[in-house]
Write a protein that binds this ligand. Structure first.
Ligand code: SF4
Length: 370
């Protein structure tokens, strides 16, 4: 197939769903890791078209949702300082910190800019030599190549007024944390195709072997997702636990070696706090010592941040597949996209946002009580 429309063809999707219905013999819990996949599943109604034996739970693959409250509060502290231009992707502006968000800082006159590429932030630094320009470098393996490119470029240009607040997280340690938890319900994974386009899927082979879970590298269109589910269920029903690739048009086992080399030139593994989940050892990337001059946490004194998480929000349980958004007492009442209490309601990749925008809420609630 050559065109994206073909991956949205209802007849082709129905054929794959019929095949799943034909082979499934018992209940299985599958987790799609990426928030983009969650939105595609909810928007296309796939969750409601699957046989009732297949339960989809939603993983921690929304970068906005898992960025720690501590780092968001640090971002807010830096953005509030005079002489700073704080650059971020748009999704982060409405994410609640302990007391405020980036929008409220902008409303009070702070220079908070939405950029579409970290290289835009480098350009802003060149154009404003009398200001400190900070880019909020969040995300998984997918956004790391452009983020490190901005640091490499700023270094090459000799910029002294550009820095990055780094909050990079990595998928494999999160899978270990979920599967190693005594509360784990996940029996198979749909791995995020775009992460694997950068990193390949060699890192997942030991995970499938250690925990006896099938993992299928999966794309983002309805047909991709249905195919990924089918391949995972086939393995489960046959007692096979391998990593298989349903996204061959974009992903190879070794991934993009050039991008990986660029990432590891600038970043190194570090412990990382995941919002709502807690510390996962060596689950993120931070700047290597050679690039410490570009570290916003070193340039600005933001070490004494005290955080306060909203007590109602159950985002951490949702991100680990233990609960669904409709099980949160605040869903759709106290917490809406206009009045978010937690990041998953704000982010365009957040599970709560997906349920609010696309979910059949009556059916979802009924399924949760069955
Ligand atoms: S509905 Fe709102 S309060 Fe509840 S888990 Fe989602 S983001 Fe948190």
């Amino acid at each position: 197939m050559r065109y994206v429309d073909e991956f949205r063809d209802a007849g082709l999707v129905k054929g794959v769903l019929d095949e799943i219905r034909h082979i499934v013999t018992r209940p299985w819990v599958l987790m799609e890791i990426c928030g983009g996949q969650t939105h595609s599943i909810m928007q296309s109604g796939l969750d409601q078209l699957l046989p009732r034996e297949i339960e989809l739970v939603h993983g921690p693959g929304c970068p906005v949702c898992v960025t720690s409250l501590e780092l968001i509060d640090k971002a807010l502290a830096i953005a509030s300082q005079p002489g700073v231009i704080f650059c971020s992707f748009g999704d982060m502006l409405r994410v609640p910190g302990s007391q405020q968000d980036l929008y409220s800082i902008r409303a009070r006159g702070g220079q908070v800019k939405v950029v579409y590429s970290p290289l835009d932030a480098v350009r802003i630094a060149q154009e404003n030599p009398d200001k400190q320009v900070v880019f909020f470098a969040i995300g998984f393996e997918t956004t790391a190549p452009p983020n490190v490119t901005s640091v490499i470029q700023a270094k090459a240009l000799g910029l002294k007024n550009y820095s990055v607040l780094v909050s990079h997280v990595c998928v494999p340690p999160a899978m270990h944390a979920i599967l190693g938890s005594p509360q784990n319900r996940v029996q198979g994974f749909l791995a995020a195709g775009h992460v694997c386009a950068v990193m390949g899927y060699w890192e997942y082979l030991p995970i499938a072997g250690k925990y006896h879970v099938p993992i299928t590298v999966t794309g983002f269109e309805p047909l991709d997702l249905a195919q990924g589910i089918l391949m995972t269920v086939r393995q489960l029903e046959a007692g096979i636990y391998e990593v298989q690739n349903a996204y061959t048009r974009a992903v190879s086992q070794e991934g993009n070696r050039t991008a990986q080399a660029m990432i590891f030139k600038v970043l190194q593994p570090v412990d990382r706090n995941w919002r709502g989940i807690g510390l996962i050892p060596m689950s993120g990337w931070g700047l290597r010592p050679e690039y410490a001059d570009f570290d916003a946490e070193k340039r600005f004194d933001v070490s004494a941040i005290q955080t306060r998480e909203n007590e109602i929000c159950i985002a951490g349980q949702i991100l680990q597949g233990l609960k669904k958004p409709v099980q949160c007492p605040a869903f759709g009442t106290l917490c809406t996209p206009q009045t978010p209490l937690g990041a998953p309601m704000v982010s365009s990749e957040g599970a709560c946002n997906a349920y609010f925008r696309f979910g059949n809420l009556e059916l979802s609630k009924k399924n949760e009580t069955r």
